[in-house]
Design a protein. Sequence first.
Length: 261
Amino acid sequence: MADWLQLNDWLYDGLDSLFATALHGTPLADFAGPMALVLAATLACVSVLGVFMLGLGVILWIEPKLWARMMDRRGRTTDWRSLWVGEQGVTAGEWWNKVPYGLGRPIGALNKWLNKVMGNASDNPSVARVNNRSWHGAWWALPGFVQTIADGAKFLTKEHMPPTKADRLIYEISPFLIISSTVLIIGFMPFSSGIYAINPELSVLFALAIFGIAPLGVFFAGWSSNNKYTLIGGIRSAAQLTAYEIPLLITVLGVCVLSGS
């Protein structure tokens, strides 16, 4: 069945017509096709990467909620907070009275004191404030999603403090080298027959070659810090990444052989 959304063809045809019309009668008219091709490939890469980034946002929103519920188990594995406050009826009773020789009574006294001081009723102002920390009266804000954006903004605005004796150029370039070489591989992953960023003749070999750049970035990051411990860590991580490429190459080779590619 043919793909109903030919992303590359749709982008290229539209941009080719746009550039041909905009550059008609100018010295750049002969370059309308190549310019449209480059811009179409760029937009396709951004579109494919945007789908992945959107999926990561959803995962970041779901993950803390999932683990919070998984860790709040019923029975004897119920976490301390539920044992203390009786969250949504999830309690183990006054289990401290069941511990032999009265060893659990000090814990019971402490739990009762905490429950008396802090409470767990929804009409308690402090509890209501905590429960409402993600909503702020706006149901469309999605509970917890704003917190993810705040954490990302905090990370991006942190002060950049490179080591004093570091090789500044290599130190600054290394993270971009690691991340860009990894993200670039996403461009070779087709969502369908028509939704992909690029389709070169040597796609598998080219992708593996790009993946081989990441260990160099890790090594350069450790070396440029001018610290023997970071150098040892960089060498170790680079050796691990290089060793992982061997089984990865064998795995991909098996798929290529079976598919006849």
